[in-house]
Design a protein around this ligand. Structure first.
Ligand code: GCB
Length: 655
């Protein structure tokens, strides 16, 4: 039965800041930092991308793998295996429908050959890092359990030095069991529905019910890597920035593990490699007179200026560790009607995205990523929201580098059942925000956290839930505003009092008043006026859009034609143009590209609200938005307009 498929025993060890009794009773969830694994003179990185052995556990209770301890010996010894690419979702790789729709445990295995010095140098730490395993993962190395993790979109790791340095072996076998079952307390939540009527369903039949609109792709979605550090090592770096007159201020905190006696030298280098500030010690302030600020794309002639913070740790012995972190100096602030970056009003003209594409599902893919960034530049988009979960770290690194502003959203999507607003869910949600802030806190591109998308925020427990969640997020990161994206009525939303910016989704003339484009303008005007009057906070239209099947044409416009999509957008835009003079601070189209969803009569092979197809071909509205975004960008730049030829990748960059 599925209860045991979903039986996840996350380690809940935490002690948060004393916010509420709920928080006080827990132990510290986050042990240590989660710096992106970068190569340096003291660190090596080995990606385990490529083909892994794979098996889905089709046994009735899905627990055969645990009962037979498949992790104890090579996977091929306990039964047949498939070759499965990593990173990728497993769902669309084979021709098997039952694998595409599989719910339960799947098993991945790969052998890694380790350089001899990794296994022999006792001053070296070897770490296994899994960047994304959707949803619950259990990991063994050479048959020994090393770590478990709940949550499909954030990295986790295990120090495996002892395991790989204990014998003559220079290989290690990594086994990862992953369960994609969603329950009312996972993020995103879901429910397993048993169909007990044997006159209608086969015995033991169940389905996974979800309240979100994208396919629940699963597997190892991002790279699995092995990396090394010295045994005394830089564990975490936190950087916050500020500007005083023309002096850029970079405050840093560095945590070192493995030894209490160490020295730290910190240097800040500009893009030409010139040292502009330096300090010693594990915390301090770097002052940069005449600093080049990090500006969003299209807001400045030289957007996205990145300094490099070089941290060098030494001990009395031979050990030293080096880590380089890109740093953008910028400020973010919110007033009653404006979103300010570096003190200047910023208007989000951008998109909502998904990690989604043909064949690989949610698997990370460099060519796709570069195509998407080229399309964003082409479009004149200056921002996106990571709807509806944290994206890969490489995405955020590119946003830092290209000046694309990000609203960083956690996987709090589909929180609609009352039990998903209870303490068990809240506790996990707080942990996820900790993991998210820990991972993404140093990205200048990230300007706001979004803790959820379209929760049932009118339900009674929502007030306490969102108050606690947002307050906690602000304690984790006092430098960024916090929001959640709502579709609740302005006067019924119990979470809205706690957000800094109102982010509202609406689908006038699509999910209501089908086909009646003429209702959009009055309804949209009321939407803005009501929200602003009630809350006196800046408002972002965080989703709007219409479905269009590329190549379907109808005039007068009919739903699902490209003309309808265009007309709907134009009606929205005419209201946006009035309200952006007042308190509206952004518009994010739903969606950048068509994407896969569950099969329902509402969807024609996925959601077709993309302005690009799933293969990234433009629909007619892409050209409408392009004209609009470039016009808005040029209006907000008073001195001169921006040429439309933009070129990605001409500036130096370290991964
Ligand atoms: C929404 C959701 C998004 C859906 C979209 C739609 O409000 O936030 O996940 O895909 O509407 O197309 O229905």
């Amino acid at each position: 039965m599925v209860g045991s498929q979903a039986s996840m025993s996350p380690k809940r060890s935490a002690c948060w800041v004393a916010l509420a009794p709920l928080l006080c009773s827990c132990a510290l969830a986050l042990q240590g930092g989660m710096l992106f694994p970068r190569e340096s003179p003291s660190r090596e990185v080995k990606a385990l991308d490529g083909l892994w052995r794979f098996r889905a556990d089709f046994s009735e209770n899905r627990l055969q793998g645990f009962e037979q301890q498949w992790y104890r010996q090579p996977l091929r010894e306990s039964g047949p295996t498939l070759d499965m690419p990593v990173p990728s979702s497993f769902n669309d790789i084979t021709q098997e429908a039952r694998l595409r729709n599989f719910i339960g445990w799947v098993w991945y295995e790969r052998e890694a050959i380790l350089p001899q010095r990794w296994t022999q140098d006792m001053d070296m730490r070897v770490v296994l890092r899994i960047n994304s395993a959707h949803y619950y993962a259990v990991v063994w190395v050479n048959g020994i359990h090393v770590v478990e993790h709940e949550g499909g979109h954030l990295p986790f790791e295990a120090d495996i030095s002892k395991l790989v340095q204990s014998g003559p072996l220079t290989t290690c076998r990594v086994t990862i069991a992953i369960n994609n079952t969603l329950t009312p307390h996972t993020l995103p939540p879901g429910s397993i529905i048993y169909k007990a009527d044997t006159s209608m369903y086969p015995k033991g039949y169940f389905v996974q019910d979800i309240n979100f609109d994208f396919f629940n792709y699963a597997g190892l979605h991002r790279s699995v890597v092995l990396y090394t550090t010295p045994t005394t090592y830089i564990d975490d770096i936190t950087v916050t920035t500020n500007v005083e007159q023309d002096i850029g201020l970079v405050d840093y905190w560095i945590s070192v593990k493995g030894n209490e006696h160490f020295q730290l030298e910190v240097r800040l280098l500009d893009e030409d490699g010139k040292v502009v500030a330096q300090e010693t010690g594990d915390q301090g302030q770097l002052r940069v007179p005449g600093a080049n600020l990090w500006w969003p794309y299209l807001m400045h002639d030289h957007p996205a200026y990145l300094y490099s913070l070089e941290a060098r740790m030494t001990t009395a012995g031979p050990v030293s560790d080096f880590y380089t972190l890109p740093v953008g100096i910028r400020t973010v602030a919110v007033t009653e009607s404006k979103f300010l970056i570096n003190g200047k009003p910023f208007y989000f003209h951008g998109v909502n995205k998904h990690e989604d594409s043909d064949i690989r599902g949610k698997g990370f893919d460099w060519p796709l990523l570069m195509k998407d960034f080229n399309l964003l530049y082409w479009l004149g988009a200056n921002s996106f929201r990571t709807s509806h979960y944290p994206y890969s770290e490489e995405v955020l690194q590119l946003c830092d580098r290209y000046g694309i502003v990000v609203i960083d959203e956690c996987p709090g999507v589909g929180i609609v059942l009352p039990q998903s607003l209870g303490n068990e869910s809240l506790r996990h949600h707080l942990e996820v925000m900790e993991e998210l802030v820990r991972r993404d806190k140093n990205h200048p591109a990230v300007v706001m956290w979004s803790v959820a998308n379209e929760p049932s925020s009118a339900l009674k427990p929502a007030g306490y839930y969102f108050k606690t969640l947002i307050t906690h997020t602000k304690t984790l990161d006092p430098t960024r505003p916090v929001t959640f994206v709502t579709n609740t009525k302005y006067d019924a939303d119990l979470g809205a009092p706690y957000v800094d910016v109102i982010c509202v989704n609406s689908y006038f003339s699509w999910y209501h008043d089908y086909g009646h484009l003429e209702v959009i303008q009055p309804q949209l005007k009321s939407q803005f006026e009501n929200w602003y009057k009630t809350h006196k906070k800046p408002v972002i239209q965080s989703e709007y859009g219409a479905e269009a099947i590329a190549g379907f044409h109808e005039d007068p416009p009919l739903m699902f034609s490209e003309e309808y999509q265009k007309a709907l957008l134009e009606n929205y835009h005419s209201v946006f143009d009035q309200k952006r003079k007042e308190y509206m601070v952004g518009e994010l189209i739903w969606n950048f590209a068509d994407f896969m969803t569950n099969q329902t009569p509402m969807r024609v092979i996925g959601n077709k609200k993309g302005i690009f197809t799933r293969q990234r071909h433009p629909k007619n509205v892409a050209f409408i938005l392009r004209e609009r975004y470039w016009r808005i960008a040029n209006e907000t730049r008073h001195h001169h307009s921006v040429p439309r030829t933009q070129c990605l990748g001409t500036r130096p960059f370290t991964f």
